[in-house]
Design a protein around this ligand. Structure first.
Ligand code: ADP
Ligand code: ASP
Ligand code: MG
Length: 474
């Protein structure tokens, strides 16, 4: 059995967790004879801290690169402290961390002088999180007696377009290169340990695949080497009926179809990359989501044809947070063909992704939901390009959440929307905007972020999602 195993940021954020991860991998390799490819996310919090740092640099705030690097070093050195027992390997691991941080120091130095973080330099910067964590995992596995090879996404052959921050793999080239690189390592019984989240464009610039991109790396690799399964190891028992941090009675979905899981990912479930399942759907490579702290649980199996266990209309409630709403309006927008196209065009030219759109029947306003970090850029470009001509006003609510109920059982069933909106109304939650995809696999709406958790819990209750599913043979 050939399995790509991806470990999330919480799986590698402490010495104990790193030992746990290396034991899981070696057990599956030795006891079950699995061929394993490991994909690793940055240590929990590291990508965010790199992003916060660049934010401060962009805002011309005073930042101490020295303090930042010392802290990053402390975090990683502490993880290997009691985990790597061989003195030689421990020293080599420390040396590697020092080397990577030395390179990071140079990059940060350049950025600070220019006081400008371009999308290209940001991707290079963000790649350091995964480079550090993958090295830790690689040395921890060597400490257990395994032979490993640690590779960046670029080194393993993940070639992407040049959309920095949300790069997409060029699958034909990627498949050839990755297969070639990994097959050789597996033949010699080595464990490839690969940085998640990172690729490189055709000009050899480092690119990143977007937040949560390590899940995507795992499926890109699985599709390239014809793996039997992809396992996404994380800190919860699987894909659940809601974020367990919001609904404490959330249940694990034991089996779920690719299309439902894709829909859930699009709406923020498990913060999975929205495209993460794309590479494996066509070939039908199943994806499991499992808990590193509870490996006896088989987690969630995502596949083409799950056995039809659940008769529930709605399978899960998800939320995308950190989003904002932009309303553009003006009487000149009514009956003016091409207005919407102009608005979306100026945003697209700045690589701004729109999560949700709705237009009022009077055609005099269009509302759009965007990621919070795109709001400032979007408002500025809309004002510069269209205000006073195509549009008369641009209004912003920068603190909203998109809530979605997802489930294939909703198709053709009447009354789901009524139940959804009655349930949130009973909790006095105001619905700001509504959208239903034509697939009828989801119903999504926008609320103020302060109401997000109340709305998720109300819907979780309304559709009985906190009740365990009966076993299929019960
Ligand atoms: P990883 O680093 O393993 O990728 P993430 O933090 O990205 O982990 O994602 C796991 C987290 O996703 C869980 O801790 C959980 O709080 C959150 N989450 C949100 N929605 C769901 C859901 N429907 N099912 C499972 N987890 C969810
Ligand atoms: N480290 C990246 C992020 O935080 C990728 C990942 O964790 O999947 O988004
Ligand atoms: Mg993640």
């Amino acid at each position: 059995m050939r399995v790509v195993m991806k470990f999330g940021g919480t799986g590698v954020d402490s010495c104990q967790n790193l030992i746990n991860v290396s034991e899981l991998v070696t057990n599956y390799k030795r006891d079950n004879g699995y061929e394993i490819v490991v994909v690793v996310s940055a240590v929990r919090g590291v990508t965010d801290s790199l992003l916060n740092l660049t934010d401060s640099i962009n805002k011309h705030e005073n930042v101490s690169i020295q303090d930042f690097l010392v802290n990053l070093r402390r975090i990683h050195i502490k993880i290997i402290e009691d985990c790597i027992h061989s003195k030689k390997l421990h020293d080599l691991a420390e040396e590697k961390i020092t080397d990577i941080l030395g390179e990071l120091k140079e990059v940060l130095g350049g950025i600070v002088i220019l006081r400008d973080v371009t999308p290209k330099s940001l991707d290079y910067l963000l790649s350091f999180g995964e480079r550090l964590s993958a090295s830790l995992v690689s040395f921890a596995l060597q400490d257990k007696g395994e032979s490993t090879e640690c590779l960046t996404g670029k080194e393993v052959g993940i070639v992407t377009d040049s959309n920095f921050g949300t790069a997409k793999p060029l699958m034909d080239t990627t498949r050839l290169r990755v297969r070639h690189r990994i097959e050789r390592l597996l033949e010699t019984k080595k464990i490839p340990v690969i940085t998640g989240f990172i690729g490189s464009d055709q000009n050899d610039n480092v690119t990143t695949l977007g937040r949560g991109g390590s899940d995507y790396t795992a499926t890109i690799i699985a599709a390239s080497i014809n793996a039997d399964e992809t396992w996404l190891w994380t800190d919860v028992d699987g894909l659940m009926t809601a974020d367990p941090k919001i609904a404490n009675d959330a249940q694990v979905l034991k089996e779920i179809s690719f299309s439902e899981a894709m829909e859930m990912a699009l709406f923020g479930a498990k913060y999975m990359h929205p495209r993460a399942l794309e590479p494996v759907i066509e070939i039908g490579i199943p994806v499991r989501i499992r808990n590193t702290m509870n490996p006896s649980n088989l987690g969630t199996m995502i596949s083409q044809n799950p056995s039809d266990r659940s008769k529930k209309i709605v399978k899960s409630v998800s939320a995308i947070r950190q989003t904002g709403l932009i309303d553009v309006g003006g009487t000149a927008m009514a009956n003016a063909p091409g207005t919407a196209a102009k608005i979306f065009d100026v945003l697209a030219k700045k690589d701004i992704n729109i999560i949700m759109i709705s237009q009022s029947p009077s055609e005099s306003s269009i509302s759009m939901v965007l990621r919070k970090n795109d709001i400032e850029k979007a408002v500025s470009i809309l004002e510069l390009s269209l205000l006073g001509r195509v549009i008369r006003k641009v209004e912003v609510n920068s603190n909203v959440s998109v809530i979605a109920v997802v489930g294939s059982g909703m198709r053709g069933i009447q009354g789901v929307a009524a139940r959804v909106f009655s349930a949130v109304a009973r909790e006095n939650v105001n619905v700001i905007m509504i959208a239903q995809g034509s697939s009828q696999l989801n119903l999504a709406f926008v609320v103020s972020d302060n109401d997000c958790e109340t709305a998720v819990r109300a819907l979780h209750r309304e559709f009985d999602l906190g009740k365990p599913e009966p076993d299929c043979d019960a």
